[in-house]
Write a protein that binds this ligand. Structure first.
Ligand code: SAH
Length: 398
């Protein structure tokens, strides 16, 4: 029996122009007509004259009403889903090295808008961000494909209640979708980490920093300070190269896991103990700078200070304060590893901030590496939001 045609959504001329210029999102204000289209539907998108522009997933409540799937016609959505999941897994096989923890599916960047899947060794963690991806048959297809290709011991779902509210989806608790295992140990660059699937922020670790950990470790030496250390991602990578490492974070639970992670890596640390300090980073850097503490390596990896465009100026002031203090504390030839995961802070803004902090600190910086997120978080040029992480590695010359 032929399938009924997909519901259609008509765009305004502005919406059409956006899509034609490569965007894959259409905002609600650029929709001319979507009468009677059910939440989360697969739809055909048409321009104001009725010409088809492709197939998309529709949200009846989000400001992002349409997320394009393809510029072609879709006849078999489950088959398309399966093919894209397989392609995402295959891409990682080619680009991901030295780890059994990585992002398997990165929403738009893997042409699966609204779906994030992370792998932590034998546990997969799934996040659903849209009405369309929440559909039962979509969930079932995703779970069966992931199981077939990756054979996880279990699959857990991490729920952000705010996202479900924005998408007007019924509340749902985080929990196991398949299997029983909820904790494991994963390895990145030879360093071991604990993972508890149903605790912690994000989905458990900052996988996007994985390649930056290895890069930072190459240059690290002497006394090192890892500011905003969370569960010790940078600190544990630096420790084998440094005489002393201190990790600082305001979260006690994160530091408790950091300590357990250090215990898992005793062999790598060769007797070096990492000191974990619970403190507000701004206060601690101020105190340390005032008491003339000096370091050879400093890592700054703060949370996103600019959550929206409006926060940009205050975010840049925050980044500058941190970088200025760190620069003052670095010994000559010291290394600064400085990061920003705010999408709204561009790489140009970030470097300008860093340059201005160096001038105020009266230090000369040479940038050795300008890095971004790990390769399992590819950047889709049509969705600038997929490029968010900046990591500069610089040497203080004088
Ligand atoms: N570098 C870490 C990730 C850092 S995420 C890694 O690679 O795993 C940001 C961290 O900053 C979180 O752990 C959060 O607890 C911490 N944080 C947020 N505000 C802080 C503050 N004012 N002082 C110290 N830590 C803070």
């Amino acid at each position: 029996m032929p399938k009924p045609p997909l519901p259609t959504i008509k765009l305004s001329p502005r919406g059409t122009t956006r899509l034609k210029s490569g965007h894959v999102w259409v905002y609600r204000s650029d929709i001319a007509q979507a009468d009677g289209v059910a939440p989360g539907s697969l739809v055909t998108v048409i321009d104001q004259r009725g010409k088809p522009l492709g197939a998309a997933l529709y949200s009846s409540s989000s400001q992002i009403a349409i997320r394009m799937l393809t510029r072609e016609e879709v006849t078999d959505f489950p088959a398309l889903l399966r093919q894209r999941i397989a392609a995402a897994i295959d891409y990682r096989k080619n680009v991901v090295r030295d780890t059994n923890a990585y992002r398997v599916i990165f929403t738009e960047a893997d042409f699966l808008p609204g779906l994030i899947v992370d792998r932590y060794n034998d546990i997969l963690s799934l996040q659903i961000l849209t009405q369309a991806m929440d559909a039962e048959f979509v969930r079932a297809t995703v779970i069966s494909e992931l199981s077939e290709y990756l054979h996880p011991a279990s699959i857990v779902e991490r729920v952000d209640p705010r996202v479900r509210e924005l998408e007007t989806l019924a509340p749902r608790a985080s929990g196991l979708l398949q299997g029983e295992k909820t904790s494991t140990i994963f390895t990145m660059n030879g360093v071991r980490f604990r993972y508890d699937a149903l605790e912690g922020q994000k989905t458990g670790a900052f996988l996007d920093q994985r390649e930056n950990y290895a890069a930072a470790a190459q240059y690290a030496r002497g006394e090192a300070l890892d500011v905003f250390c969370y569960r010790g991602g940078f600190a544990l990578h630096l420790a084998p190269r440094c005489s002393q490492v201190t990790g600082v974070d305001s979260s006690r639970p994160a530091l408790e896991v950091a300590e357990q992670n250090a215990a898992l890596n005793r062999d790598l640390l060769k007797g070096n103990e990492i000191e974990w300090i619970e403190a507000n980073a701004f206060d601690l850097l101020k105190d340390y700078a005032a008491s003339n503490r000096r370091y050879d390596t400093i890592v700054l990896d703060p949370p996103a200070f600019a959550k929206t465009k409006r926060d940009l100026d205050s975010a840049l002031r925050g980044y500058k304060e941190l970088n200025l203090r760190a620069l003052k504390m670095l010994r000559p030839e010291g290394m600064l590893v400085t990061c920003s995961c705010s999408y709204h802070v561009s790489q140009a803004d970030f470097l300008e901030m860093l340059g201005s902090a160096a001038i105020d600190a009266r230090r000369t910086l040479r940038v050795i590496e300008l890095r971004g997120q790990a390769k399992d978080h590819p950047i889709l040029l049509d969705v600038p939001e997929t490029a968010y992480l900046k990591c500069a590695i610089a040497r203080v010359s004088i």
